[in-house]
Design a protein around this ligand. Sequence first.
Ligand SMILES: Cc1cc2nc3c(=O)[nH]c(=O)nc-3n(C[C@H](O)[C@H](O)[C@H](O)COP(=O)(O)O)c2cc1C
Length: 346
Amino acid sequence: MSSALFESFPLNSTISLANRFVMAPLTRCMAGPGLVPTDIMAEYYGRRADAGLIISEATIIRADAQGYPDTPGIFNDEQIAGWKKITQKVHANGGKIFMQLWHVGRVAHSHFSGLQPVAPSAVKHEGTLPRMRDLSYEMPKALTHEDIQQLVTDYVTAAQNAMAAGFDGVEIHGANGYLIDQFLHFDTNKRTDEYGETPENMSRFALQVVDAVSAAVGAERTALRITPGAYAHIAPDARDREVFDYFIEQLNQRELAYLHLGIFDDSMTFEHLGGRSSTYIRERYQGTFMSVGGLTPETAAQGIANNEFDLAAIGRPFIANPDFIQRVRENTPLVEYNNDMLAELI
Ligand SMILES: Cc1cc2nc3c(=O)[nH]c(=O)nc-3n(C[C@H](O)[C@H](O)[C@H](O)COP(=O)(O)O)c2cc1C
């Protein structure tokens, strides 16, 4: 296959990608004791270093950020040392890797940390944890102003830790119904202070995190993932549209490395967004836009040719095909993904 996908792409004057295929962040729940990344994870990521960019699996910034078993962390020296082995492997194999910084907010559970989950508002997510059906979601504590300041500081420390571990940059996980996204949607944000009620207020926390992390590690090494159309852990609300209109306009005034859509299937349409999430973002965001969600090599090539996005993130096919890039380059058929593949890191 020959297309613009295999040409190098500069994110900015600091970082250039060898091609436009990105390995999407993929939680694998295989960190070792203490949520320390393992040597097997280094092999797993190292094998995929020919992607233009790897985005790490979501990585928790502190103990109460955890909502799934064995997800890696980036808040102590052992975790930093574990990640160092991964970044070294990826770099030795010629790749680049960003860390995805994660706090799940109200979908955390005290089972993991002994701590009550935190969220913009005390609104519980109904249901049970995936793969841990005996655990129901808990009532979160609504964050105080002090708590919010502390969280911003903790995102910054996590970003600095990621840089100390050798990452090329960080992607702030603002998508998929987790903490930052919970501020951006009316279903989960019931605040009546300067973090709630209006688009400006509801965007405030996300922008504070973006600005503080950018100031600490450089905007050219800071990226963000967002989900304008709620589809996971949050119910959609037509008023969310105004929040994202405002939020994206604010992001246009920053110079982030890229903006990344968070969605599983981008053929989904949202009435209040006027169609697909990717189209909605592309029409508003002026910087580098990374799309995702059911892309194939062919639809990725088309999307780039039609100027629908700049970078194509690939998730499940990268699990099924460690040699995804080589197969696409050589036109070799891809192995089809199935959920059984999640049992092992290959
Ligand atoms: C097993 C699995 C784990 C995932 N983990 C994350 C994650 O840690 N962070 C994130 O933002 N998205 C995560 N996603 C979503 C993917 O990044 C991607 O958006 C989604 O898989 C759609 O792309 P695809 O159709 O190419 O797989 C995950 C998806 C899967 C299937």
